[in-house]
Every structure is written in structure tokens, then in C-alpha cells.
Design a protein around this ligand. Structure first.
Ligand code: G3I
Length: 357
């Protein structure tokens, strides 16, 4: 092997033999890391001057144990959502036994810093304990009413809003998704959930939250029809457009803005409720991906800022060190701070949107 290598090099050196070494591409420069979370101006200050709330989904375990996580969350946001701990499974894993510890820790963290909290989510077909599916329809109705009454009652006056029902519209056909609730309680379960929440916490803003209906499409039309009906019954106050996007393909910003506007025209508050922007499928080097991500964050948050009733922008996590995306879509970097909590270009894109730059 050594001899062959020597011969090849010799031939190459004298230009003989037609051997041209394949040029080794110069590796794309690794983007210069951004400034630390503690060295950039609080994002909530930018949001405040635009009259908006800015938030993140958080986990109480990290708030209580990771000083960097809790420091960055406390500095940049004024509106926290429980990523998991106020859902049915962690709250009532055993029927009749309620555990509010995780949600209470998030509320306590927020209250100590003058931040607001969004409850998430009273009714969702996922994150359900197994016992719910084992109930007969009459038993389910009792459990459904008890859960909403107990949980919304527990957090009364401590949350700004609730995601009352999450993801009830079907992905592939018109109307409601078939779930344990639609099958056991009938299609009116959505309105019933809002009635129960209204009674348990009359002061909370009641939100319908969903994904895949951010722009103009069949699903967004179904969401619009659902909340229009709920609004006419005085049951709903807002809509959460989750905004889980890929920077490689996502709804036209003009469609997102038009959708936000038509929901606002119903008299509803609108939230970008779970925003993250995946970049893995964007063509190009790391710097290209980061700039594309910045542009998407800037334009989509800008569509919210353009509509007065678009009250809040919440990111589904805030550091690439903790994102649901990695476990679901594979390794990606969808959020505003990198894994070392340094502000990415995306952070400045959001800041630009709030400042109208
Ligand atoms: O930490 C608990 C552990 O104590 C427990 O024993 C174990 C039991 O399975 O679960 C662990 O919690 C995990 C939790 O995330 C906290 O990390 C759950 O397994 C896991 O299922 C849960 O996933 C969450 C998922 O919703 C389901 O609840 C994701 O973090 C969260 O990002 C994701 O968020 C959803 C929104 O609520 C609705 N919109 C879509 C969005 C993404 O799927």
C-alpha cells in the first residue's frame, strides 16, 4: 500500500499519469456562536414595547434544578406554559388522585417574577392515563366533568389563560378527530369542556389550541368554523395556532397573517402558542440554515405583531438543549438559544419582529 501511494504521489507531483487528486472541499465555516443569554437584552422588553406577551413552554424539574435554564427563562419571558405537567396524565394518573406539584412549581416560579401562566391542556386525546379509555360513556362524562372542574378550579386566579381543548380537529378529513372524548361524549364535548372551564374559572381566557391550521387550508377553515360557533355561544376567548414549522416548507406568511386576522375579526385573541422552526431540511451549510431560520421567525412573529389581537407568542421551549423536536423528528435546532444558551440569529429575528424592523 505504501509503495502504491508513493507512486501515485510521484505521478501527481510531475503531472504525469493524468491523476488529479480530488480537491478536498474546504469545510463551511462554523457560524460564530452568539452572545450568552445573559448578555442580550430581555426579549420580553422588545415584546412589551410591541404590546405583546412572549413566552416559553417549560418543565418544573429544569426550573428547579438548572440555574442557566431558570435564569434564561426568567430573563427573557413573561408568559410560561407547562410543557407537560398540567396535562391529564401527570395531574390525575390515578383516577381521583390529583397531583398539582409540577404545575404549582411553574406557577410559583412565574408568580415570583411577575410572569403570567397559560394552563395546558384541560382536554387532549394524548397524555391521558390508561384508565380514561376504560370508562363507559356515563363514567367518562363524570370523570371529564370532575377533571376540568378540579384542575381549572385549582388554578383559578393563578393562570391568565387555559388551553381548554387541544387538537380536536381531524388532520385528514373535515370535522372533529375521532377520540375517546368524541366517541364517548359526542361532538358537543368541545363546547361542554369550555362551559365547565368557564364555570370553574370565569376570569381565565379560554383558548382552543391546534396545529396544522396556521395558514389558509381545510383544517384552518374547520378551526375557524369551530371557534366561530364557540364564540357565538360565548364560550371561547382565544385561539392558539401552534406554529410548529419547518423552515424548508411552511404556510405562506400572507396566509398566516390573513388567518390570524380573520380569527381576530371574530373578536378572539390569537396566540402563536407553540412556535419552533426546524432547520434540518433546509439546504445549505449551518450559516445558511441559521439565517433562513431567523427570517422565518422574523416574518411569522411579524405577522402576529401586525394584528393587534395577536396577544402572545410562545415558543415550545427556548433552548436547543431541550426540545421535543429532537425525539420526534430527529436532531434539529428549532429554538432561539443554542445548546449552550447562546442567542442564535433566530433570537434577533424575533427581536426584529417585535421592533418592527
Ligand atoms: O418526566 C415524565 C416522567 O416523570 C414520567 O414517569 C414519564 C411517564 O411516561 O413521562 C415523563 O414525561 C415525558 C414528558 O414529555 C416530560 O418530558 C412524557 O413521557 C412525554 O410523553 C412528554 O412528551 C410531551 C408531549 O407533548 C406529550 O405530552 C412533550 O414533552 C411536549 O413537548 C409535547 O407537547 C405537545 C403539546 O402538548 C401539544 N402540541 C404538540 C406538542 C408536541 O407534541
Amino acid at each position: 500500500m505504501f509503495l502504491a501511494g508513493t507512486l501515485l504521489l510521484a505521478l501527481a507531483a510531475c503531472g504525469g499519469g493524468g491523476y488529479e487528486p480530488t480537491p478536498v472541499p474546504t469545510p463551511a465555516p462554523t457560524p460564530t456562536p452568539g452572545p450568552s443569554w445573559s448578555d442580550v437584552a430581555p426579549l420580553r422588553d422588545a415584546a412589551a414595547q410591541a404590546g405583546r406577551l412572549v413566552g416559553a413552554a417549560v418543565l418544573s424539574s429544569l426550573l428547579g434544578s438548572d440555574a442557566t435554564y431558570s435564569g434564561a427563562a426568567g430573563r427573557h419571558f413573561n408568559y410560561l406554559t407547562a410543557e407537560y405537567e398540567m396535562k391529564w396524565d401527570p395531574v390525575q394518573r390515578v383516577q381521583g388522585q390529583y397531583d398539582f406539584s409540577g404545575g404549582d412549581a411553574i406557577v410559583a416560579f412565574a408568580e415570583s417574577r411577575g410572569m403570567r401562566v397559560k394552563g395546558h391542556a384541560l382536554v387532549w386525546h394524548q397524555a391521558l392515563p390508561d384508565w380514561v379509555a376504560s370508562l363507559s360513556p356515563p363514567e367518562l362524562r363524570i370523570a371529564f366533568e370532575d377533571h376540568i372542574r378540579t384542575v381549572a378550579g385549582h388554578y383559578r386566579r393563578r393562570v391568565h389563560a387555559w388551553d381548554v381543548v387541544n387538537e380536536a380537529i381531524d388532520d385528514s378529513q373535515a370535522g372533529l378527530r375521532s377520540t375517546v372524548f368524541s366517541r364517548g361524549l359526542g361532538p358537543d364535548y368541545v363546547a361542554e369542556a369550555f362551559r365547565l372551564a368557564r364555570k370553574a374559572d370565569p376570569d381565565a381566557q379560554l383558548i382552543y389550541n391546534d396545529y396544522g391550521g396556521e395558514g389558509q387550508n381545510r383544517k384552518s377553515n374547520d378551526i375557524y368554523a369551530l371557534v366561530k360557533d364557540l364564540k357565538e355561544k360565548g364560550l371561547v376567548d382565544g385561539v392558539g395556532l401552534q406554529m410548529h414549522l419547518s423552515a424548508a416548507s411552511f404556510p405562506a406568511v400572507a396566509d398566516i397573517r390573513a388567518n390570524i386576522q380573520r380569527l381576530a375579526d371574530l373578536g378572539l385573541q390569537v396566540n402563536l402558542s407553540e412556535m419552533d422552526v426546524r432547520v434540518r431540511d433546509v439546504a445549505g451549510d449551518a450559516a445558511t440554515k441559521l439565517q433562513r431560520q431567523r427570517q422565518v421567525y422574523r416574518d411569522v412573529v411579524g405577522a402576529c405583531v401586525a394584528v393587534p389581537r395577536c396577544e402572545a407568542v410562545t415558543f415550545w421551549g427556548f433552548t436547543d438543549a431541550h426540545s421535543w423536536v429532537d425525539a420526534t423528528f430527529g436532531a434539529d435546532d428549532p429554538l432561539l438559544f443554542d445548546e449552550q444558551y447562546r442567542a442564535k440569529a433566530a433570537f434577533f429575528g424575533v427581536e426584529d419582529a417585535f421592533f418592527g424592523r
